[in-house]
Ligand binder design. Sequence first.
Ligand code: SF4
Length: 257
Amino acid sequence: MSDTATTKRTARKWLLTQNSELRKEGIFNWTLPAFAVKLPSGENFNVCPQAGVCAQLCYARAGAYRFKNVRAAHIRNLLLCRDSPIEWEERMTEELSHRRYAGKWIRLHDSGDFFSDAYLLAWMRIMKNTPKSRFYCYTKEISRFKRLVEPGAPENFLWCYSLGGREDHLIDLGVERHADVFPDVEALIIAGYNDQTESDLLSVLSESPLVGIPANRIPHLLKRQGQETFGSLQRARHEKLATKRQRVSQTVGLARP
Ligand code: SF4
């Protein structure tokens, strides 16, 4: 084999990566930037349309995720799947057909979310076309999933709804699989949730549908969260907004002749 051919083979750019946590479990990962981002064109874009209180507590908006090279890679991913969806879908399907992914789990979004119907539907086609891999995710896109995924999910796809978003109220907490972020392991056990610290796959494979995640040890975020969970903070915000809306409509009603 010529030197050029060798260079070409070793220079292959994979779309999927592995962070240190997921590598231990042999899981591959597709990542986008978190929440509101400014793109190189100057355009603002929200990658997590249903984010609620989670946006203020998001580990993916702190620490290593903010390193210039890491952020640039996540923005490249976003631009590829958002602005060149056909090319992205072809490349992703081709990559996932490689033997390195056979029998492997692929986590979608350790940061970011399914920002549009078209993007989610593209992922569902990719999953159906690459049956040797298995896919999972956490998501706050509850209504989008209930509309597009639940009626006909690919067999190799599992998901876990996650609290802290604007659509928390659409989740049946007694029945549907969902995750909440607690201040620590003790708190989640007391609340009756299943600790997923041992393996991220417990988010979709644990017997109990109540998935508890201890908060990342990032001091300013821990302080901001206090003893609350993402779910309890979102409920409090929801109630506050409902009271405010009621007060406004009463005031408008009183002002009408
Ligand atoms: S949806 Fe996830 S990635 Fe997006 S802001 Fe919330 S916690 Fe962060």
